[in-house]
Every structure is written in C-alpha cells, then in structure tokens.
Design a protein around this ligand. Structure first.
Ligand SMILES: *Cc1c(COP(=O)(O)O)cnc(C)c1O
Length: 364
C-alpha cells in the first residue's frame, strides 16, 4: 500500500479544545469544525469534542446534517446561516442555530413558523466588510428579532479581519464598534475566533468561536506561550520509496529548479500535490526524515516529492517522512512553519489534504 496517511490524534484535539476553553473561562466556546473539521474529519472530531463543547459550528446545512446523521446531538451553529429559505424546515427539525447576516434571511425567518424558537446570531459588519449588517442598521433589526416568536436566544456576532496581527489598531476599532452596540442593546456577544481567543481577552463574549487552534496551529503572527502548548492533531506521514546519489550541479525534478550545491543524496517520498501537498513548497521547505529536519529539493510532483537527505545517515527506503505534525518518535514539525515556506497559511494546508489520503485516528 502507498505509505502516505494523515494520522489524527483525537486526544490532542481535546487537549487543544480545553486550552481554548481555559483561555476564556467566562465564555462558552463553540468548536468550529467546518470544512470537514479543517480536513481532519468532521464526524470523528465532533464525536471527540461533543462531551466537552456546548455547541459545534459548521459553514452549511449539508455539513450540519452529516453530523446529525452520524449521531451528533449537540447544538450546531450554521455560521453563514441558511443559503435558501427552504432550509428553515430542516433547521427547525434538527435544532440548528443560525447566523443571520442579510435582510432576506430576516424576512424568511419571520415568515416561517418553527415548532420551537430558533436561536439566532445576528451578524454585524464591524469592519471586515464581508458578511453582516452595517452597525447603524442593527438596533431596529435586533428589536424586531428579539420580539419575534420565531427567534430563540439572540446574540450579536461579528468577525475580526486582523485579530492575528501584531498591530491591533484595526482590531480595536472593530471591537469598539460592536461593543458600543452591545452596550445599547444589552446584547450578549460572540466575536472571538482563534487569534482573538488567544490574544484578545477583551473580545471574549458569551460565546467564542475557536477554530484552527483546536487543530494545533498558532494563528497569530507572533509566538505566543499558550499557542506553544497546543499539540498538533494531524501528522501527515509517508515514507522514502527511492534514493539516489547525484553529482554537484545536477538538477532535481520538473524544471530543474533545484541544483545540487555538492554531491547529494536525494530521497523520493510518496506524497505530492495530488494528495494536497502544496506545489508552492519552496526549496528548503522543512520535512522530518527519521525525525531529523531536512529540506524539500525540487518541485513537488503530483504523487512524489524529493528531499535532500545528504545529512541523514539513516535515510533508507522505508524511512519515515513527516510533512507536518509529529514523527513516530515524537519529533515535531509545525504546520505553520511549513505554510510559511509555501507562502500560505496552515488553514489551506490542513483543509487541502485530499480524499485519496487515508485518515487514521488515535485517541478516543
Ligand atoms: C472559520 C470561522 C471561525 C474560526 O476561525 P479560526 O481562525 O479558525 O479560529 C470563527 N468564526 C467564523 C464566522 C468563521 O467562519
């Protein structure tokens, strides 16, 4: 069998959830498991988190229904609400909670007769300019929804554009906008994503919405002591399938991008962009071979990639290669570090692991 697999450590997931929850002991923390739990497998992650988290959050009703079909009974928040008024009957039947960000959603909700009131997170555009109502429009909407029999518990929700940044100027502007509304309306808040959960206590509300930190990634631009205690949940591991010696000056891979600066030992690894390994991985992108750091040399191909293992005496066919996460021996390679070499973020690497890569679960 092809040796590439994503090993998912559910104990690490629960450890990270506890850290997120402990960052904000006055808040309830909804575990964000959209996009197949950032590539980790939504149902397995939901089952692991359900005993700890008071609610789970996904991006769409399809994702939420798959969790219900798998036996998940906790509240599930639809972060973008419904995409069509037809979804309201299922939302009511399954007890989903909805974000409401557009006028047509308000009208559809108020024209519907649910069996039980639907909890609503009214979304304010406090400055990200993606989803949500302009702040000046929120008070009348809030009062209308608060008075409606269709609406259960009502919260004010907003999302930050720059909570991860070292410079918190714009973050503070957004926060003040939504806090001013909250004071006037006496509205409970749901604001904090992972970076705000970790680094901005002032943004903690009745609910927080940590996502990527649950999977062990540090979403902040800077080092952070709490983030350092997160554990990687996914370890993407493969093996060396071929080895060769090449002379100084010889090129490796498509386009000959990498050239050996010295006589070199090159390992071929079974993992490529057809598995979700980013083709933008630059020469020098770190990997672990037998637990030892070395570097990608040459362009990532569809099914294979090449690594300079000149310094790894033990490297042999069958040697373990970690693309990110933890080696069998416990050595770590952070997905955040790998992402920087690919000119991207951990989110795209984790969600980008393709279905042909088997997921193996450990922990309960
Ligand atoms: C994805 C998402 C989150 C979680 O963000 P992280 O940066 O992964 O913590 C929170 N809120 C909303 C609305 C989201 O879409």
């Amino acid at each position: 069998m092809r040796p590439l697999a994503a090993h998912i450590d559910l104990d690490a997931l629960r450890h990270n959830y506890r850290i997120a929850a402990d960052c904000a002991p006055q808040s309830r923390s909804v575990a964000v498991i959209k996009a197949d739990a950032y590539g980790h497998g939504a149902l397995a992650c939901a089952r692991a988190l359900e005993p700890l988290a008071p609610a789970l959050a996904v991006a769409s009703i399809e994702e939420a229904l798959a969790l219900r079909a798998g036996g998940i009974t906790k509240p599930i928040v639809l972060l973008e609400g419904f995409f069509d008024a037809d979804e309201l009957a299922l939302i009511d039947e399954h007890g989903f909670w909805v974000s409401v960000h557009s006028d047509w959603q308000v009208e559809a909700l108020l024209a519907f007769t649910p069996r039980q009131p639907i909890p609503v997170w009214l979304k304010v555009d406090s400055g990200m300019h993606r989803l949500g109502f302009e702040p000046a429009r929120v008070a009348p909407l809030w009062h209308r929804l608060a008075a409606a029999s269709q609406v259960g518990e009502l919260h004010l929700m907003s999302h930050f554009a720059t909570a991860d940044a070292g410079d918190s100027g714009y973050f503070e502007t957004q926060l003040e906008t939504v806090k001013a509304l909250s004071r006037t309306l006496e509205a409970p808040l749901c604001l904090a994503n992972s970076p705000a959960t970790l680094a901005h206590r002032t943004a903690h509300g009745a609910w927080n919405r940590p996502g990527v930190m649950l999977y062990g990634s540090n979403p902040l631009e800077v080092d952070n002591p709490i983030a350092a205690s997160l554990r990687p949940v996914m370890s993407l591991r493969s093996k060396i399938i071929s080895l060769r010696e090449i002379a100084a000056g010889e090129p490796v891979g498509y386009g000959g991008r990498w050239r050996a600066p010295r006589p070199s030992k090159i390992a071929v690894v079974a993992a490529g962009y057809g598995d979700g390994v980013d083709r933008h991985a630059a020469d020098g992108t770190p990997v672990l071979v037998d637990g030892q750091r070395c570097a990608i040399a040459g362009r990532v191909s569809m099914d294979m990639l090449t690594v300079d293992v000149t310094e790894v005496a033990s490297a042999a066919i069958g040697s373990e290669v970690v693309l990110w996460g933890e080696s069998a021996g416990g050595a770590r390679l952070s997905v955040d570090e790998v992402a920087r070499h690919c000119d991207t973020i951990s989110y795209t690497l984790l969600t980008g692991v393709l279905p042909r890569v088997p997921r193996y679960y450990s922990g309960t």
